[in-house]
Design a protein around this ligand. Structure first.
Ligand SMILES: Nc1ncnc2c1ncn2[C@@H]1O[C@H](COP(=O)(O)OP(=O)(O)OP(=O)(O)O)[C@@H](O)[C@H]1O
Ligand SMILES: [Mg+2]
Length: 367
């Protein structure tokens, strides 16, 4: 307790005197691995300056629930050490667990009035008690008649406390807790800034992780629909494991080991495509739900990311199942990275698995 109070005091002093950088490390505690990334910003452009990640043993986190806190804390300590840059302040992201993000139209007013309206608007979407919720918002637009457009977010207090505790136990300071879905949207807006300016089109973004697929639809600089689907690439590993009588690590290895021509064995492909069919149905019904409530005919494009997006045939399958043009979201169309320093394999790993971590790292404390 005493140590924590001293840490608090140091943080307070740093904040008061504006010590340390306003730039934050993006910390993405995913279901399969933790990623820590630092971006350097100059004249509106970003460059990856450091990256480290560590995979979790099976069962450390499941469907967004952190089962083994000390394993997570130790993994964060390890990657801080291996990233070889001094890291204090982080922005972490949460997904699943009923975390929600929603665009809201509310009235302008004093800070507490705005907060009350955000809480009021989001209350009916919560999957946990309102008393246990923490609400937050980002201002998107303000109109002359006193209306505000905000991106409201809600997370359970238990989740906030857990993340604070984990980050602090790893010797870091949690400056911002964001939602993965918001980080995903923010980095997409940055990467495709030119194409999105003055566009009223909608875009579907999918982050296919290990256990969660973030399904979000964005339009005019905001999320208009968001759902964290509890299916990801791990379902494929588990099915390989089940059908072939292997342990998890062996099955995972088979799933990601391609031959010299970049192909997987026929037997593995069959298992993968069986799981993918179920996954496509889930995506399709989520899209149908959105379409039934929005009559949006401007949604024609889909960008896919996450480790699972590397699954052979998956992006084409999504395109066919949803009737949308689908392609992989490439962050390095805009964000710079030194390929010589990181190496081609790591650059590829960052491109697929670190979209959320980079979106988190774009946050600034003074926002
Ligand atoms: N080459 C590959 N082909 C298919 N799947 C892959 C490949 N490489 C990694 N994956 C899968 O990607 C997943 C990890 O992706 P990612 O890091 O985006 O997930 P996560 O952030 O840990 O999980 P979540 O987003 O659910 O919290 C793992 O399930 C892994 O098996
Ligand atoms: Mg993820």
């Amino acid at each position: 307790m005493a140590a924590q109070s001293i840490n608090d005091l140091i943080d307070d002093l740093k904040d008061r005197f504006n010590l340390g950088s306003s730039e934050l490390f993006g910390l993405d505690i995913g279901n399969s691995s933790v990623k820590l990334i630092k971006l350097e910003q100059s004249k509106g452009e970003y460059r990856v300056v450091s990256y480290a990640a560590a995979e979790f043993p099976e069962g450390t986190i499941s469907e967004g629930n952190i089962n083994e806190e000390t394993v997570v804390v130790d993994a964060i300590k390890d990657i801080v050490k291996s990233s070889k840059v001094s890291c204090n302040n982080v922005c972490a992201g949460v997904a699943g667990n009923g975390a929600i993000a929603k665009k809201l139209q509310i009235n302008d007013g004093a800070q507490d009035e705005i907060e009350d309206q955000v809480a009021w608007e989001l209350e009916s979407f919560l999957t946990f008690d309102t008393e246990k919720a923490v609400f937050s918002y980002d201002l998107l637009a303000k109109d002359e008649s006193g209306g505000l457009e905000v991106m409201g977010a809600a997370v359970s207090r238990d989740t906030v406390d857990k993340y604070k505790h984990i980050v602090r136990s790893a010797g870091l300071s949690l400056k911002v807790l964001d939602l993965d879905s918001i980080a995903l949207a923010n980095i997409f807006f940055h990467i495709y800034e030119d194409a999105l300016t003055d566009s009223d089109d909608s875009w579907l973004l999918l982050d296919i992780g290990s256990s969660i697929t973030n399904f979000i639809i964005v339009r005019s600089g905001a999320i208009v629909f968001s759902k964290d689907i509890n299916v990801g690439s791990m379902a494929m590993t588990e099915e390989i494991q089940r059908q072939m009588g292997l342990n998890f690590a062996e099955a995972e290895d088979l799933k990601v080991t391609y031959d010299s021509k970049g192909n997987l064995p026929e037997e593995i492909l069959d298992i993968i495509s069986g799981v993918a069919e179920v996954f496509f149905k889930e995506l399709k019904s989520t899209l149908e739900f959105y379409n039934s409530s929005s009559s949006d005919d401007s949604l024609t494009n889909c960008y896919v990311t996450g480790g699972g997006a590397q699954t052979p045939g998956l992006v084409d399958g999504i395109s066919e199942a949803l009737g949308l043009k689908a392609e992989v979201l490439n962050p390095f169309n805009r964000i710079k990275i030194d390929e010589k320093k990181f190496g081609e394999r790591v650059v590829n790993e960052i491109a697929y698995t670190c979209i959320v971590a980079m979106g988190l790292a774009m946050r600034r404390v003074d926002e």
